[in-house]
Structure formats: structure tokens, C-alpha cells
Design a protein around this ligand. Structure first.
Ligand SMILES: C[S@@+](CC[C@H](N)C(=O)[O-])C[C@H]1O[C@@H](n2cnc3c(N)ncnc32)[C@H](O)[C@@H]1O
Length: 392
């Protein structure tokens, strides 16, 4: 549990995004997600340099997970950089610069921790996270202070020092600040990196992100979208949440501890088994006859401004419809790029006055049926159609 409070500059009553910048990922959630990639390919991380670039090594469970599993995963190197602007201050302080002035703690200094090996440092016959602590205490060279530059504070993922680390990295894994998500992803794409990162579900329809999903350059991770991911939060964020009084939507109290809640999902370009599983579907007629959620419906509805049918639930995608289908964004949990393609909505506009959109069908007149908006939709089509067209 976090006890120390640091009076950071950030006004915590600010936007939700700013609060979510200080959501700290739980070890179990990281472990569950990563283990699924290992199940698909045990060598996903073998011989790789992993970089956690929004992670205070003494606070982050990303650091802890990769350090603790360094040998099992076969990592070549683990690099972790902490951000000078971070207001967090937790327990498990290992170094004096993190705990100066008798607990009147200064803003944490940014630093990089670079680990090339994890072995039995404390001589207890086993290799564990305790060995990482001993290694770091006795190897000053593994801890590199980060200065930043005029534009960015030390440890900012955009600072030149962090970009140098990024260039060394094969795979970037973290939960970055939500408020900088667009910029963060753009940097990963620009540097051609593999990554596994947490972001808000809403980012799916960002104009900077949706095209990447459509082109299969980014996809969702394994943890289903509906999973209630809860995050550790610093005390001042917990306080602000309690004051907002929105338990259930913003936070949850678990064993007396306030945990931050967001509609978080994993975004990645690492392959995993779930995206190769075929979704089992019924025909249109069978759906209308047997699908409990569609019972009473005579036909699939059509959008006012798009030549596509409305499919309100992923399991109601008909197996025998070859045109464009509007599906909820939770479809992406089941998206198998060999089975479906994600379409550019603009190609299916029936009304030339409908504005061109860089994302899916948003909940407004984009996705309206008889003037009534449905929820956010993305347009998809069975792959077989385009394959046949391509072959023609
Ligand atoms: C959502 S929190 C997640 C922390 C950690 N990755 C985890 O999952 O537990 C985002 C972290 O990024 C830090 N941060 C904010 N702006 C940053 C920036 N420009 N560059 C690097 N880190 C930043 C925040 O201080 C915070 O520690």
C-alpha cells in the first residue's frame, strides 16, 4: 500500500486523463497478459531488450515482473526509466536519493536502470527479485541519472536520453500516461518498435489510432475488453476520487483500499493465439430465428448514411452476409484478421454529405438508424469476399 504523499505540482482535480496518468498497474494483470503471449510463443521475449519507459523501477510492477522473470523469459536486457515529473512516492525505497530529508521526500529523480543479468546475488541458492535489489545496490553503473533537456524533464519518453534507450529496445512494455497516448504510440510506430502497452478503450476510435488498427499494425491484447482492470493510485488521487463520489465508475474499494478504475485495454503488435481463433457464427436466418438477443427482430437493420447492416452483438455477425457490417467495438476482442477485414467507413457512405471520418461510426448521426443513433460501431466484412475480389 502507498503511504507517503508527495505534493506534486499537478492539480489532481484536473481532467480524468490526468488522474489516469497516475494509475499503477497491478502485477497480476501484467502477468496474466504476458503469459498468454508465452503460451502462443514461448520465445516471444527470448534474446530481446525490453524497455519500460514510463516506469519508476522502485514502484513499477512492469519492472518487477521482467526483473523477476528475466531468466525464464530469456531476456537480453531490461531497461527501465522513471520520470522526473512523477508525483508518486511509495514504499520499498532502495536508494537514499529517493528518501532524503527524513521522509520529507523530494520529487523523485529520474533515472534509468539497466539490467543485463539476474543471478543469485545474495547467495541464498535461489534467483529472485531480492537478487535484483542486491545487484542494484552494489552496481552503481546499472543506475544512470537522467537529466532531460530544455524541452523535456529527465525520464520523459520524448527526451533524447530516453530516445537513445528506445533505439536499443526490441519490445516496449508499459502503461504510459493516458493524456499523452497519441504521441506515445506515434513515437513507437515511428521507431518501428514492438510493444505491449495499456491504453484507454476510447483510444480505439482516435483518428491517430483507428487507422493503425484497421491496417493490422496494432491490435488488442488478450485480456478481454470487459475485464475490470483496477489500478493502484497515489493517496492524493485516491482522495480526489473519494471526493468525486463515483464509486463503481472511477474507483472501487477493495479490502479497504481505493483502486482506480478505467476502461483500460492492452494494445500491442505482438502476436498472440486469440487473434487466430475463428469466431463461430450462424447464418442470418438462424440468427433471426435462434439468437436470443435478436428474437423478435424481422431483419438486420441498415444505417441511414452507410451501406452496412447493423449487428448489435458480436455473436450475431451472420456467417453468410458478404457486405459491410457495423459491429460494436468489443468485436475487436474476437477479431481474427484472417476471418475479417476492418473497413474504411468512408467507402460505404450512401450520402455524399456525410462527413469523411478517420475512425469508425461514432455514436451520433454517423451510426444512426431512422434518425436514432446506435452506439459506436466499426465496419467489418468477411475476408472471403475481398479475397475473391482480389483474385478476380
Ligand atoms: C499510468 S502511470 C503508469 C505507471 C507504470 N507504468 C505502471 O503501469 O504502473 C504513467 C506513468 O508515466 C509517468 N509519466 C508521465 N508523463 C511522462 C512522460 N512524459 N514520460 C515518461 N513518463 C511519464 C507518470 O508519472 C506515471 O508514473
Amino acid at each position: 500500500m502507498r503511504t507517503a504523499v508527495h505534493a506534486g505540482n499537478r492539480t489532481l482535480s484536473n481532467a480524468k486523463a490526468a488522474k489516469q496518468d497516475e494509475f499503477y498497474t497491478q502485477y497480476d494483470d501484467i502477468q496474466k497478459e504476458i503469459e498468454a503471449y508465452l503460451e502462443y510463443d514461448p520465445d516471444t521475449f527470448r534474446g530481446k531488450v525490453v524497455y519500460c519507459n514510463c516506469d519508476d523501477p522502485y514502484e513499477s510492477n512492469f519492472f518487477k515482473y521482467f526483473a523477476a522473470n528475466f531468466n525464464r523469459l530469456g531476456l537480453k536486457r531490461l531497461i527501465t526509466t522513471s520520470y522526473d515529473g512523477s508525483p508518486i512516492a511509495g514504499q520499498g525505497v532502495l536508494f537514499p536519493e529517493y528518501d532524503a530529508d527524513n521522509g520529507n521526500r523530494p520529487r523523485p529523480k529520474a533515472l534509468a536502470v539497466v539490467i543485463d543479468r539476474v543471478q543469485d546475488e545474495d547467495g541464498d541458492g535461489a534467483v529472485s527479485i531480492a537478487d535484483v535489489e542486491v545487484f542494484l545496490k552494489t552496481n552503481n553503473a546499472a543506475r544512470i541519472p537522467l537529466k532531460g533537456n530544455a524541452a523535456y524533464p529527465g525520464g520523459d519518453f520524448r527526451s533524447p536520453e530516453c530516445i537513445e534507450f528506445l533505439k536499443q529496445a526490441d519490445i516496449v512494455v508499459t502503461n504510459p500516461p493516458f493524456s499523452l497516448f497519441r504521441e506515445y504510440v506515434a513515437q513507437l510506430v515511428e521507431h518501428g518498435k514492438k510493444f505491449l502497452i495499456i491504453g484507454n478503450k476510447n483510444a480505439i476510435t482516435y483518428k491517430e489510432i483507428f487507422p493503425l488498427i484497421k491496417e493490422n499494425k496494432i491490435w488488442l491484447g488478450v485480456t478481454p475488453m470487459g475485464t475490470d482492470l483496477l489500478f493502484d493510485v497515489p493517496p492524493q488521487v485516491a482522495e480526489a476520487m473519494l471526493q468525486s463520489g463515483k464509486e463503481g465508475s472511477n474507483y472501487k474499494i477493495v479490502n479497504g483500499k481505493v483502486m482506480g478504475r478505467s476502461t483500460a485495454v492492452w494494445f500491442t503488435n505482438l502476436d498472440h493465439g486469440r487473434r487466430h481463433q475463428e469466431l463461430q457464427l450462424m447464418t442470418m436466418a438462424d440468427n433471426l430465428r435462434y439468437n436470443k438477443k435478436l428474437r423478435g427482430t424481422m431483419a438486420y437493420q441498415r444505417y441511414d448514411n452507410y451501406d452496412a447492416i447493423e449487428v448489435p452483438f458480436t455473436e450475431a455477425i451472420p456467417s453468410d452476409y458478404d457486405g459491410a457490417m457495423g459491429v460494436p467495438i468489443t468485436f475487436l476482442d474476437k477479431y481474427n484478421p484472417e476471418q475479417f477485414e476492418i473497413l474504411n467507413a468512408n467507402d460505404f457512405r450512401t450520402n455524399p454529405n456525410t462527413p469523411i471520418k478517420p475512425h469508425g461510426l461514432i455514436k451520433d448521426k454517423d451510426s444512426a438508424i431512422n434518425g436514432k443513433p446506435t452506439y459506436v460501431r466499426i465496419l467489418i466484412r468477411h475476408r472471403r469476399k475481398s479475397a475473391q475480389e482480389g483474385a478476380r
